[in-house]
Design a protein around this ligand. Structure first.
Ligand SMILES: [Zn+2]
Length: 400
């Protein structure tokens, strides 16, 4: 049978993706180890490695001491060229950092700053921050970085790459931050809605590794939901699915950033909790201070109310989606085990019993920084080639 050049090229790319992902997962490896570990033949691995070296993604290190016979060279991710950038936009604070293609975020090369008051200020602050990380305002970022991933809050239309409305950060409304950044810095930029970014990060680098069915409830500034079902992120028609935070739970309740009243996110988030404690105190406090104060003074009523609404959120997710695992992300529950326990107790009462028993509930291990980084790394992998598992067993091997 004559193999078409297009199919052959595609299979080569799929093999390159397999080799690259092997090194991303396992660290520096010899060609022999890659072949053994991935089930690909030695010539297939060698061909893929050669192409990845040519493209600056892999580089050879010192000789390996493993095994017998002639030592094989180890291949690692290129230190100079196999890097990405991550940017997290939040209502109060933004973060910019660099990471390797294996998802290791560099602590030295990361900065945080207060979120500017308008869109132009935000764009400028991010561009300046990127120049600071690169160490030189005139440097061409594309020489060191493969792309940039953004985590953005609010309703993000992924079909057109536009934040339609961001209830807690309206300066993003109608803006296409990824496209604008790309124009400014000449680097490929992609954006993910923040709850979706949390799912992608948790699945690649956190506690959801290998999971095809889980939910992520994010209760930080807003209240967002991400669902991975059958291995796919549920995004809805245009990427705006998961806005559980804007379900009305208190008719005529507090005004929400979306314009409605009494949305779940006005009563069941870190920010809502801090606001309620601030009201009790008569002065504004942040989430961390509110938590410390509530521990000392025992603002029981506020805690009880927040716990009740958090339980409603947990129960809604489990009843509707029947996830195998539900991850909870947020300072309130992640930093106070007692609050987590109380939410679980209430949620158990409110949720349909068979669904509750079918679901394990865990605290998330990832964060939006990892989500932003994982977003661009996933995008780059998909750009190289489709995941080989979708092609069928063994087919990719034919490219050698
Ligand atoms: Zn709302």
């Amino acid at each position: 049978m004559i193999e078409s050049p297009v199919a052959s090229e595609l299979l080569s790319k799929i093999n390159e993706r397999r080799v690259l992902e092997f090194v991303q997962r396992n660290g520096p490896s010899s060609r022999a180890v890659m072949a053994r570990g991935s089930g690909m033949s030695a010539p297939t691995v060698s061909k893929a490695v050669a192409s990845l070296i040519r493209n600056g993604l892999l580089e050879e290190t010192k000789a390996s001491k493993e095994g017998f016979g002639r030592p094989g060279k180890l291949l690692q991710l290129s230190e100079q060229k196999a890097n990405v950038l991550g940017v997290v936009i939040d209502a109060d604070t933004c973060w910019i950092g660099s990471a390797r293609l294996d998802g290791t975020v560099s602590e030295e090369q990361s900065i945080s700053f207060r979120t500017p008051k308008n869109y132009d200020g935000l764009l400028l602050a991010v561009v300046n921050g990127l120049a600071e990380i690169a160490g030189n305002a005139t440097i061409d970022l594309s020489e060191r970085f493969r792309g940039l991933g953004l985590s953005v809050p609010g309703l993000f239309n992924s079909r057109v790459g536009e934040t339609v409305m961001s209830p807690n950060l309206h300066l993003l409304d109608g803006q296409r931050l990824a496209a604008d950044l790309s124009n400014e810095i000449g680097l490929q930029c992609i954006a993910l809605q923040e709850s979706h970014a949390l799912c992608v990060g948790e699945r690649r680098y956190g506690a959801a590794r290998g999971m095809n069915d889980f939910a992520m409830l994010d209760v930080s500034t807003g209240l967002g939901l991400g669902i991975v079902s059958g291995g796919h992120l549920l995004t809805g028609n245009s990427g705006m699915a998961g806005e559980l935070g804007h379900i009305t739970v208190v008719p005529n309740g507090l005004k929400c950033g979306c314009g409605n009243r009494g949305c779940l996110e006005t009563v069941a988030t870190d920010t809502a909790f801090a606001k309620l404690i601030s009201k009790e105190l008569g002065r504004k406090v942040g989430v961390q201070e509110a938590l410390a104060i509530s521990t000392v003074n025992g603002s029981e009523e506020v805690i009880a109310q927040t716990v009740d609404y958090l339980a409603i959120a947990v129960s809604a997710v489990i009843n509707i989606f029947n996830p195998a695992t539900l991850f909870l992300h947020g300072q309130l529950m992640n930093s106070d085990p007692q609050i987590f326990k109380r939410v679980m107790k209430q949620a158990k009462k409110r949720t349909l019993s068979p669904s509750f028993q079918d679901c394990q509930i865990l605290q998330s291990q990832g964060n939006k920084r990892l989500g932003a980084v994982a977003g661009i790394i996933d995008h780059l992998a998909n750009e190289l080639a489709p995941a080989y598992t979708t092609i069928g067993n063994g087919n990719a091997e034919q490219a050698s």
